[in-house]
Design a protein around this ligand. Structure first.
Ligand code: FES
Length: 404
């Protein structure tokens, strides 16, 4: 059979190549004829760097006692660093090296964004004597101490596209710090238009920023209202008392069913308020919660698996080509076990919400409180989990992506 000859033309290819060489010559000629002082800077990247400067080294320039157990720390950036821009209501993630081990903690910013332009940022902390980090801070942070943090993060800020013009902030204890930032900011920004703070404390002495908040409320011509509510009042207290229940919200907020709620406070208050919001029929999209960090004692959760309280498992941790096996208590989150072993991954919210610590669970079983399960459905399908809110329920093999 006569063989058919394939007809192949390469003329187009050479033509293309020739055209490309011609283009190179033309391009060179254009460059040579152009302005030699052309601005080659990447303005978008510069702006992004300014807005999100990454790790910031700052110095403590002042420490103020707010109550017997609460202090405000004022940071100014060290040379070569700049403070991050943020929305009032957000937090930063502070990094500590305690006895050679890195740990991180999220702390709400108590100053307002306008203060950043003046060169300072504040956080206000309450001492938790049984805690790991605040006793260390009380002992070690002095004027002049260098601190390391990044941020800002969190969803606890007002946004015109999702929140109502009148916002009700429910604060418990040191949860007021984020609301102080919003109150300071709204004096010049109108974000939000009206802000009612229901502020629960145990005793009058425990109310942080009381005089300052009263002063700001007086100056705001009705835009800011602050209502302290004491659970253990003295006899001469004439204000509101008890817990911030559905009934009290109805009494104190006339338009209670038309407002957005921001919640910032201790974990017990979040769980309690879930039930009160349900009684009021408030839809979830109108409730914004500041992340509350780690759970102090997870065994108090009625959902914690019974019988696991005293167990210790082994976690095999892979960081790239590195592999180590560490002990892990069933009552410590995976992140806490990693930190105890000196393998701290970078974390931000420590509440399971932001996804910063997202890691791969290769084998084993974990448990999370449903309220702290912020893992996206698609991530779950591929085996990802958030070690900051997950407790080991068996031996685990995990792969951790980021490390401090
Ligand atoms: S640090 Fe935010 S999810 Fe773990």
């Amino acid at each position: 059979m006569a063989q058919k000859k394939a007809k192949v033309s390469v003329r187009g290819y050479f033509k293309d190549l020739k055209g490309w060489f011609g283009l190179m010559k033309q391009r060179k000629a254009w460059i040579e004829a152009g302005d030699p002082n052309i601005d080659m800077s990447d303005h978008a990247a510069e702006l992004a760097r300014e807005l999100h400067p990454g790790l910031v080294k700052a110095k403590i320039v002042s420490i103020k006692d707010e109550t017997p157990s609460t202090k405000t720390f004022t940071f100014s950036p060290m040379e070569g660093y700049q403070l991050p821009w943020f929305y009032a209501g957000q937090h930063i993630s502070v990094k500590f090296n305690i006895d050679g081990r890195w740990v991180t903690r999220p702390f709400s910013i108590s100053s307002c964004p306008q203060d950043t332009e003046k060169g300072f940022l504040q956080i206000t902390l309450r001492l938790k004597p049984s805690g790991y980090v605040t006793p260390w801070i009380w002992e070690n942070w002095k004027e002049g101490t260098e601190v390391l943090f990044d941020g800002a993060f969190g969803e606890g800020y007002w946004s015109s596209i999702r929140d109502t013009k009148h916002v009700v902030g429910i604060a418990g204890g040191s949860g007021i710090t984020a609301f102080r930032s919003i109150a300071l900011d709204m004096a010049t920004s109108n974000r939000p238009r009206k802000f009612t703070i229901l502020y629960g404390s145990r005793k009058e002495d425990d109310i942080i920023f009381f005089d300052e908040l009263k002063r700001m409320a007086r100056a705001s011509e009705g835009a800011l209202e602050v209502i302290p509510i004491l659970s253990e009042p003295k006899e001469d207290w004439t204000g509101e008392t008890g817990f911030i229940s559905a009934e009290l919200i109805r009494k104190l907020v006339p338009d209670w069913n038309k407002v957005s709620y921001f919640v910032s406070g201790p974990q017990a208050m979040y769980d309690y308020l879930d039930g009160e919001f349900e009684k009021l029929g408030i839809r979830k999209k109108f409730i914004r919660k500041e992340e509350y960090g780690e759970t102090d004692d997870i065994t108090l959760s009625p959902l914690y698996p019974k019988g696991k309280e005293n167990e210790t498992f082994r976690i095999t941790v892979r960081f790239g080509l590195d592999e180590q096996t560490i002990p892990a208590k069933a009552t410590d989150t995976v992140v806490v076990s990693l930190e105890k072993a000196g393998l701290a991954p970078d974390t931000h919210c420590r509440s399971g919400a932001c996804g910063w610590c997202r890691s791969l669970l290769l084998s084993g079983e974990i448990w999370q409180r449903p309220q702290s399960d912020g893992v996206r459905a698609s991530d779950k399908d591929y085996g990802y989990f958030h070690p900051c809110s997950a407790y080991p329920m068996s031996d685990l093999v995990i792969e951790v992506e980021s490390r401090l």
